[in-house]
Design a protein around this ligand. Structure first.
Ligand SMILES: [Zn+2]
Ligand SMILES: [Zn+2]
Length: 179
């Protein structure tokens, strides 16, 4: 079974990868990392990915990723490429001409392997069915929950594997509100 760690690995590989693409100003070879961008998970529920030009972060929705782990190589990879194309487009054309999903972005997006479609397509992703998700940020295991959990739990799998089966604050489960 794929986990959120597999998503993170894929995302970090793409952040470090050098892409070569043609632009109005000539050929560029760039990586997201080289432009100072870092990857992070966020807790967005209505959009899959996000590129923040100011903070230089590329984010993927943790709740949506955990519901779509079967789509790491398709939809989630495409979302990462979509966001990287935003970073490249703004770098090459500037914030005014490069932002958004116009011709400049599309031209780069298609060359780096993204399908070049605009954004979140709700019929292609599974939205979380439960109101909450208990999440282990260490191994990426997620458990759907319908009620708020007030007790503190740690991930059994991680405590067994790394802490002789004893509770460790390090593997505390995080409660994510899905909607
Ligand atoms: Zn976009
Ligand atoms: Zn765990």
């Amino acid at each position: 079974m794929k986990t959120l760690n597999d998503v993170k690995k894929m995302a970090e590989t793409l952040m470090a990868k050098q892409f070569t693409f043609n632009t109005y100003f000539g050929v560029y070879t760039l990586s997201g990392e080289q432009l100072g961008y870092t990857f992070k998970f966020d807790s967005a529920k209505r959009r899959f990915g996000c590129c923040n030009y100011g903070r230089k972060t590329i984010g993927l929705s943790m709740p949506l990723c955990s519901e779509n782990l079967d789509k790491i190589d398709t939809k989630i990879t495409d979302t990462m490429l979509h966001e990287l194309a935003h970073a490249f487009s703004v770098h090459v054309y500037g914030i005014i001409e490069g932002r958004g999903h116009g011709y400049n972005w599309q031209h780069i997006a298609k060359q780096i392997g993204c399908d070049g479609k605009r954004c979140f397509d709700s019929d292609k992703v599974n939205l979380p069915k439960s109101k909450y998700t208990l999440l282990c940020e260490s191994c990426g295991k997620s458990t759907p929950k319908h009620k708020v959990i007030r007790n503190t739990y740690a991930c059994g799998k991680c405590c067994n594997e790394h802490n002789n089966g004893k509770f460790s604050d390090k593997f505390r489960l995080k409660l994510v509100t899905n909607y």
